[in-house]
Write a new protein. Structure first.
Length: 266
């Protein structure tokens, strides 16, 4: 495991802001102020954070259950909260093996707490950036067998790669490294949803001016192209809250301004 880089507490960081919105305590005053300012401008951001986390649970339960996946590469995992990928997967299949990847130094300081997986499985952490796919794959190979299917989880991270061509190239490199039967799960910010879109765009612009992690929302068509060559699972690219939601007597949940999808490599 790499040494601990210096943590910059002078600018808000997306992983720490997300942690705050999810009710976590691993954040600083600068992150709290940024989160509250974003929420004041666009209150739905808290619902989006919770919907993203709920999608993680549903998608990992599907992947470890029905799809039979036993290996997960979770890139941009963020700070540990409740029901992290290894906890969800290993409840379904205790022999699941998980590698977490993140570039935030604060996440690195929590790695030991994060690495408490089941005795039957394995759990590891890599301090690296999504833009370094070859390095990620090389280090992950110490824990994962890339001759067997892997679920690559990219939740709330692709919108930090601004160039569409670079984003598709990174995805291609990752998916080329895994065999048939592997899966790709993505959540992504968008301005497609009419309700609150103007407020969201203003909050987004304000965030990009202040943050160490500026982001670019994408329209649905751009996100669909991330899955070229893969088999999109039903219901396709939809609002995060609408991807295979739990059945309730009240019908489908309200949409949130963020897309989610899972696809299989044929």
């Amino acid at each position: 495991m790499a040494g601990n880089p210096e943590i910059d507490t002078t600018v808000p960081h997306s992983a720490r802001v997300w942690n705050y919105l999810l009710g976590g305590k691993d954040n600083y005053e600068v992150d709290q102020r940024a989160a509250e300012q974003f929420r004041a401008m666009f209150p739905q951001i808290a619902d989006i954070a919770l919907a993203d986390r709920a999608f993680l649970g549903r998608s990992v339960r599907y992947l470890a259950g029905e799809a039979g996946i036993r290996q997960f590469l979770d890139i941009g995992t963020g700070l540990p909260t409740m029901d992290n990928t290894h906890e969800v997967a290993q409840r379904v299949a205790p022999d699941s093996r998980i590698v977490y990847v993140d570039n935030d130094p604060l996440v690195l300081t929590h790695a030991r707490a994060l690495l408490r997986g089941s005795p039957e499985g394995a759990c590891d952490y890599i301090h690296a950036d999504l833009r370094e796919p070859d390095g990620i794959l090389e280090q992950a190979a110490a824990t994962l067998d890339f001759g067997r299917p892997v679920a690559i989880m990219l939740l709330g991270i692709m919108h930090f790669v601004h160039d569409d061509g670079e984003a598709r190239s990174l995805l291609g490199r990752l998916m080329d490294a895994v065999p048939s039967g592997s899966h790709l799960a993505i959540t992504h910010a968008t301005l497609d949803f009419d309700e609150g879109a103007t407020a969201q765009a203003e909050a987004q612009e304000d965030w990009n001016e202040k943050s160490a992690n500026p982001m670019v929302p994408r329209a649905r068509d751009g996100i669909v192209r991330f899955f070229d060559g893969l088999e999109l699972l039903e219901p396709g690219v939809v609002s995060m809250s609408r991807w295979r939601p739990e059945h309730t007597p009240w019908g489908l949940p309200d949409e949130v301004a963020g897309y989610a999808a899972v696809a299989r490599k044929p």
